[in-house]
Design a binder for this molecule. Sequence first.
Ligand SMILES: [Zn+2]
Length: 212
Amino acid sequence: MKIINNGLGGNKTGGYDRIDQWDDTVTGKLTDHYSSVLELLGEDGEREGLKDTPERVAKAMQFLTQGYGTDPTEVIKSAMFQEDYQEMVLVKDIELYSMCEHHMLPFIGKAHVAYIPDGHITGLSKIARVVEAYARRLQVQERLTVQIRDCIHDTLKPMGVAVVIEALHLCMVMRGVQKQASVTTTSAFTGAFLRSDKTREEFIHLIGAKLH
Ligand SMILES: [Zn+2]
């Protein structure tokens, strides 16, 4: 058994490269659009505090959707090793920042990912990067959960994969659909985690999540 917290070695940005580069053409077009958005919302785009906002938002949105430019399968393949280890590998409490595709508002939380190797393992930080690559897109939590599971399953071909995501959706909280800060939990399993109650329960016990 191997349990790693967040897989990023305690350094929040250490597990992946933060992309602070923007496509100038895209930035220019987005900036124009966000200027219109401000106007349509009744704001004065010329006032001091908002002068650079459209460009700032244009860059922020490119950062928040940078996952489109990453192939998660390649992330795993870049650090895949042959290994006889056949116990559960669990990376828990991976910080998750994504945006719901229905409202383009953030949902934030934690991902817990486990797999049981069958001949191949990957670098632990790569698991966190796979989560990152899928999260930095417009998403729904259900699809995000399944995409992470399938990517690891199809690439490492392990005996099983388990993914649990717990997240708070600002589109629910801020719009008053749900007043209290309720957390949505999604899960997806393959192989041994599906077949064996004991394996699945061990995983759920280890991550301490409440599954409904
Ligand atoms: Zn939403």
